[in-house]
Design a protein around this ligand. Structure first.
Ligand code: SME
Length: 176
């Protein structure tokens, strides 16, 4: 079922208005999203701290791993490609980094600053298989752009796993 983001987006916009500290914004977004939906079991940010490296930022949920190179995992793919990754089955994603054995699916959205520079990725994990779709991608990208002042991830999301001929990659239409 399509999630209704309107309430959480309204709350985040109101609470974050006038704030420009990245950590304050990330902590607030992680908290609000985590508590908004029952099947958001881990919500957090990985920050770009040096070329090709992500380090853990504010999060809610169980222990998250501290560092993720761009070359690894779903977060790394989102950072490398600067494109939202929707993974229906984490076990079918080569190189997925399992922080919690209960995670079944996830979405990772790139976060850009006002200059269009990638500063972080937002990672949302669910214990439910195939919990995310293009509607979540669209809503979360719009929220990241609103909060951090940057662009969205572009006009395509990557839907994983991707088949050998590229099927599984769907044009991003912004609708579910
Ligand atoms: N989702 C990740 C790892 C980070 S944890 O799940 C918090 C990945 O494979 O990129």
């Amino acid at each position: 079922m399509r999630r209704d983001y309107s309430e959480v987006v309204g709350r985040v916009r109101a609470v974050c208005a006038g704030e420009d500290d990245a950590v304050a914004l990330m902590a607030t977004v992680a908290c609000e999203l985590y508590h908004a939906f029952d099947d958001f079991d881990w919500v957090g940010f990985y920050r770009v701290t040096e070329p090709d490296l992500l380090k853990i930022g504010p999060y809610q949920g169980g222990h998250g791993c501290l560092a993720i190179p761009f070359a690894r995992g779903v977060c790394g793919a989102a950072a490398r490609e600067e494109r939202t990754q929707v993974v229906a089955d984490v076990e079918a994603f080569p190189g997925h980094i399992a922080c919690a054995a209960s995670t079944r699916s996830e979405i990772v959205v790139p976060v850009f600053d006002g200059k269009g520079v990638l500063v972080a990725v937002l990672d949302v994990d669910s214990d439910r298989p195939a919990a995310f779709d293009a509607h979540d991608a669209s809503a979360l990208e719009a929220l990241m752009a609103a909060v951090f002042g940057g662009r969205t991830g572009g006009d395509a999301i990557a839907v994983r796993p991707q088949g050998p001929t590229g099927e599984g990659r769907r044009p991003y239409t912004g609708s579910g």
